[in-house]
Design a protein around this ligand. Sequence first.
Ligand code: SF4
Length: 266
Amino acid sequence: MLDRYNRKINYLRISVTDRCNLRCSYCMPCEDFVMLDHSEILRFDEIVEVVRRGADMGITKVRLTGGEPLVRSDVTELVAMIAAVGGISDLAMTSNGVLMEKFALPLAQAGLMRINISLDTLDPAKFRRLTAGGDINRVLRGIEAARKAGLEPVKLNCVIKSSSLEPDAVAVKNFGRENGMEVRFIHQMDLGGGEFSIVEGGEGGDCERCNRLRLTADGNVKPCLFSDLAWNVRQLGAERALKSAVNCKPRCGTTCNHNQFYNIGG
Ligand code: SF4
């Protein structure tokens, strides 16, 4: 499907939960955030209905995000349900890797094809500080497990303040090169301030070529990360919500004041 700027929209990013087992300082503050009530979070059958309708309309690529998708119980079942939808030729996930050692093989067996794992530093103390207590060794073991399970290519998402020449970014880049993994550098963004840039080594943030829609954990189809436009699938049904989002997709991002990264899924 094409939007009114002739962009081919074939990519759906799905936030399966707003929960996370880390508290990265630039994404999820330690306090003062409001979680969705469980009843507000889409059930698996509702998510799959959106994917089916999307596939009918031209969606071929699906990425599962969060919060942290692996904290949603039975997420491997959802992967299997989406993998069975005709027309979806690329099924990926973005994870912080903390639980990946346990889930890598079941995810691959369920039909997940590839994975991006967040890694902003290789310094264990800095990692613990940045994530409010995370253990980097679990992430490194998770990366290894993902590779062993064949979730290739494993790509690393590295959030940077302003430059991929920052020492932590260079360390992650070298780690990636030494282990045959691509690294994406994601500049810190500000939803309310409308600050974003193109992902280095990726496609995100390139409005002119934007091919994506997002489904939030509570069922809002968002045509753009940096916009408050949204259509709810529980109110309108999947097809109408998807069509409205494509037809009203803005030329480029501006600001988003109604959501946070942890409940949109970046
Ligand atoms: S800001 Fe919006 S239009 Fe631009 S790349 Fe991001 S999602 Fe696409």
